[in-house]
Design a protein around this ligand. Sequence first.
Ligand code: SF4
Length: 94
Amino acid sequence: VESEKIAVSFSGKRCIHSRNCVLGNPHVFVPNAPGEWIHPEAASVEQVVALAENCPSGAITYVRKDGGPQENPPVVNTVRLRENGPLAVHAEIV
Ligand code: SF4
């Protein structure tokens, strides 16, 4: 989904339904919408970037179209044990 300043992608295969996105800004990621549920034009580019980077599964990614910094892998790779066992990996990894 594209706005003038940013393109946002969503991968349903990766989503773990933590709801960080819809709880973070329900105007950008609209919960239970019957149709289009991603509206990057509803917030500033910086807010949309912060929402995307707060997605724990990597299901939400973005490409900025305003000349701002693109999404980059972290400088330090981390693996965290989350509640009830899943591992949260933050790294450039295949
Ligand atoms: S924040 Fe990411 S993992 Fe969580 S519900 Fe939204 S898309 Fe899915």
